[in-house]
Design a protein around this ligand. Structure first.
Ligand code: PGA
Length: 241
C-alpha cells in the first residue's frame, strides 16, 4: 500500500486530487467509483475547481457510487444520490445518465442488488474512492462482512448509526438499513484511493495498514489490493507512524 501523510485536511484533499486527476486526464472515459461522507468533500471541491479553471471534462466519464440508504431517494437531502448531485455532479459537465447508484427505494431489494452487481461487472472502476468508518468499515461493509461479498442490503451497526447521526436532525431519523457494494466489488477496482482524516480514524487506519487481514476489520482487505493508495492527515496517521 502506498501511504501519503498530509499535514491537514486541505493538503490531504489536494494530494487525493492529484491521484484522481491522473486517472481522469489519462482516460477521459474512465469509470470513477465514488464515495459520500465528509472525508471526500475536499477532493470533490478540487475536482470542481479544476473543471472550472482548466476545463477538465467529465462528459464521457461514468461513475458508480458505493452505497445508498434503504428507503431514501433523491428527494431526501440525506440520500447519497442527493449528496452526489449537490457536492459534485451539479458542478461538473457530467451526463447524469452516466452516474450510477443503488436505488434506495427499490421495492424488490434482491433484484436491485442483482441489477447493481451486473452493472458493476460491466463498469469496472478505474479508480475507487473510499472513506473509512471509525470501526474499520468501507462503504457500509460492517465488521464481519465476508471478503467475497457483492452488492447487498445491510443492517447498520450502532456505531455507524451514531457516527452518521450528526448529519440528521436526530438519531431516530438515520435509516437502519442500506444498500452497499460488497468488498469483492470494491477490490475489483483497478486502483483504490482511500482517505482518512482526524484522530477518530487513527485506530481504523492502523487496522487498514498494519493490523491483521481479517473480516473483523473490513478495510484490512485492502492490504491485498495491488494498487491501493492511502492519503491521510497526521491525526489519522498517529498509530502508523
Ligand atoms: P466520513 O465517513 O467520511 O463521513 O467520516 C466515512 C465512512 O463512514 O466511510
Amino acid at each position: 500500500m502506498k501511504i501519503i501523510v498530509a499535514k491537514n485536511y486541505e493538503e490531504m484533499s489536494a494530494r487525493a486530487f492529484e491521484v484522481m486527476a491522473e486517472v481522469v486526464k489519462t482516460n477521459p472515459q474512465a469509470v470513477l467509483g465514488l464515495a459520500t461522507g465528509s472525508t471526500p468533500l475536499g477532493l470533490y471541491r478540487n475536482m470542481i475547481e479544476d473543471h472550472k479553471k482548466n476545463g477538465t471534462s467529465y462528459k464521457q466519464i461514468k461513475t458508480v457510487n458505493l452505497d445508498e440508504y434503504a428507503g431514501l431517494d433523491e428527494n431526501s437531502d440525506q440520500s447519497y444520490v442527493y449528496f452526489m448531485r449537490k457536492n459534485l455532479f451539479d458542478s461538473l459537465d457530467i451526463d447524469r445518465k452516466n452516474t450510477n447508484i443503488e436505488d434506495g427505494t427499490a421495492s424488490d431489494r434482491k433484484a436491485e442488488c442483482a441489477r447493481y452487481n451486473a452493472l458493476l461487472h460491466e463498469l469496472q472502476q478505474d479508480i475507487q474512492v473510499l472513506g473509512i468508518g471509525s470501526n474499520g468499515h468501507i462503504a457500509f461493509n460492517e465488521p464481519g462482512t465476508p471478503f467475497g461479498s457483492e452488492t447487498h442490503v445491510v443492517d447498520l451497526t450502532e456505531s455507524t448509526i451514531k457516527d452518521n447521526s450528526r448529519l440528521f436532525k436526530n438519531i431516530d431519523e438515520v435509516p437502519r438499513q442500506a444498500f452497499t457494494m460488497g468488498l469483492k466489488n470494491i477490490m475489483n477496482a483497478k486502483k483504490i484511493l482511500i482517505l482518512a482524516n482526524g484522530e477518530n480514524k487513527a485506530q481504523a487506519v492502523y487496522g487498514l495498514v498494519k493490523g491483521e487481514v481479517t473480516e473483523n476489520v473490513p478495510a484490512s482487505v485492502l492490504q491485498l489490493h495491488p494498487d491501493c493508495t492511502l492519503v491521510c492527515d497526521e491525526a489519522a496517521a498517529r498509530l502508523i507512524l
